[in-house]
Each structure stands twice: as structure tokens, then as C-alpha cells.
Design a protein around this ligand. Structure first.
Ligand code: TPP
Ligand code: SF4
Ligand code: MG
Length: 237
């Protein structure tokens, strides 16, 4: 379902997640029964390499569009693929409402700590001290708030089916992420309800670092704050 080469920058985390999602869809035999809604952001670049059915949504409305698809065609696998700015800033209401209703959709959010596509502005996931084009001296959380943890909020809703946070910064975590992606998709296929997987990912272009430095920065700054693992286990398995 994924053709190579893709059009993400070298070292970008999006492509790795695209591949894992495609693998799980194929393993379940859903290549021709899946619609992905692409968020506004670097997610759009999937347009060039994703061979399955897809819809470009309005900014932040991935969960709403995926909900509409699922209501009209409950036989299809409905996936929202978004960035942190898309799902957690402009689309926070849509993201939380879908989770709160326990809509039977699957949401993947690439958290690269910035609005990447528009040139690297501060997002609600930008780390304390992180320099972006709109926090040139480094983010001051006492002025702009601490980075938001949406998966932890959603995992606190009693009814959701599955929530996890993974990362693509190491081979070990890519292997773990495959399990999170599989659980999230299979939760929907078993009609268990809403599933969310956040994925920590490097954006070397806007971070102004090569991939090696990006991974080191993630290990030092991002992973201690955004801890990876399952936040809500499936109960309907
Ligand atoms: C309604 C609206 N507001 C703002 C924009 C500009 N815009 C396009 S992409 C984007 C940021 C996307 O950031 P994120 O969701 O984190 O995705 P990334 O590019 O980092 O993967 C913004 C603000 C837009 N296209 N539409
Ligand atoms: S700008 Fe960042 S998120 Fe966008 S494709 Fe390039 S590395 Fe990936
Ligand atoms: Mg982003």
C-alpha cells in the first residue's frame, strides 16, 4: 500500500508510521476496505505514496470525517491520520469528542513537537525551552503552558477501547509501535470502540538538526516527558 520513494524529508518519522499502518492493514486483508483521512500538515505528503483510499480533510477535522465514514460504511476500516497541530490544537474538540463518544474509529497522531508543514511554529506539544519560529528564545511554559498530553486525557475516559504512545526513534520502539498499531486497528475491527496511538517522531528539517542529533534530542528531552507505552489496554480482546 506504500510506494517508495515517498515525499517526506530525509529522516522524517512519518514514513515509518505509514509503513507500519500499511503492514497491519495488509495482514488483516483490509487493503480494499480501508479509508484514511489525511490531516492538514505533513500528513498530506502521504497523498504521494499511499496507494489505498484516502480523503484530504479540513485542518483538524480528521476524527469528524472518519466518524462520518464509519457511520455511512460501518463495514470499512476508518482511520484518521493526523499531526499534533492538527489533532491537538486546531482539532482538539473533534479529537476529544470522538474519544468521548467512543466512536469506533482509529486515530494516529504524529507528534513532532511543532507545526512542521508551515515552517516550524510552536505547537501545544513543543517542549519547554524548544526554539521554534514562534518561540525564538525557547518555549517558556510559564507563559504558554506545558506540552499537552492528549493520550493521557483520553485514557481517562472510561469507555475508550485502546490508547498508546509509541516512538520511531529506535529499532526497539519501532517494534513496539507495530504492536500498538496492530491493537489500535484490531480494536476497531472487533467493534471495541475508539482507539488512539500517538507517535513521537523526528522532524529534522524544522528542528534544524541531522537525524543523529534529532534522535539524541528526543532521548534527552522528549521521551522522559512523553513516556511511551500502553495507556489503556484493550478489554474486549
Ligand atoms: C484552517 C487552517 N488553519 C491553518 C492552516 C495552516 N496550516 C497548515 S499545516 C499546519 C500545521 C500542521 O501541523 P501538524 O498537524 O503538527 O502537522 P505536521 O506538519 O507537523 O506533521 C497549519 C497551521 C490551514 N491549512 N488551515
Ligand atoms: S518538515 Fe518535518 S514533518 Fe514535514 S516532511 Fe519534513 S521532516 Fe517530516
Ligand atoms: Mg506536527
Amino acid at each position: 500500500m506504500v510506494s517508495i520513494p515517498n515525499s517526506f524529508c530525509a529522516g522524517c518519522g512519518h514514513g515509518l508510521l505509514n509503513r507500519l499502518i500499511a503492514e497491519v492493514i495488509e495482514e488483516n486483508g483490509y487493503e480494499d476496505k480501508t479509508i484514511i483521512t489525511l490531516g492538514v500538515g505533513c500528513s498530506c505528503n502521504m497523498n504521494h505514496s499511499w496507494n489505498g483510499d484516502k480523503i484530504q480533510t479540513a485542518h483538524g477535522r480528521g476524527a469528524s470525517t472518519a466518524t462520518g465514514i464509519k457511520v455511512a460504511r460501518p463495514d470499512l476500516l476508518s482511520i484518521a491520520y493526523q499531526g499534533d497541530g492538527d489533532a491537538y490544537v486546531i482539532g482538539l474538540a473533534e479529537t476529544l469528542n470522538a474519544a468521548y463518544r467512543n466512536t469506533n474509529i482509529t486515530v494516529f497522531v504524529v507528534n513532532n513537537n511543532n507545526f512542521a508543514m508551515t515552517g516550524g511554529q510552536m505547537s501545544w506539544t513543543t517542549m519547554p525551552g524548544q526554539k521554534t519560529t514562534t518561540s525564538e528564545a525557547g518555549r517558556d511554559p510559564l507563559v504558554t503552558g506545558f506540552p499537552i498530553k492528549v493520550p493521557e486525557i483520553v485514557a481517562g475516559f472510561d469507555q475508550v477501547a485502546y490508547v498508546a504512545r509509541g516512538s520511531v526513534h529506535s529499532a526497539k520502539e519501532i517494534n513496539n509501535l507495530k504492536k500498538y498499531v496492530k491493537n489500535a486497528i484490531e480494536a476497531q475491527l472487533h467493534n471495541e470502540g475508539y482507539s488512539l496511538v500517538e507517535v513521537l517522531a523526528p522532524c529534522p528539517t524544522n528542528w534544524g538538526m541531522n537525524l543523529e542529533k534529532s534522535v539524541a534530542w528526543m532521548e534527552k528531552e522528549v521521551l522522559p516527558y512523553y513516556q511511551v507505552g500502553t495507556l489503556r489496554e484493550r478489554t474486549g480482546k
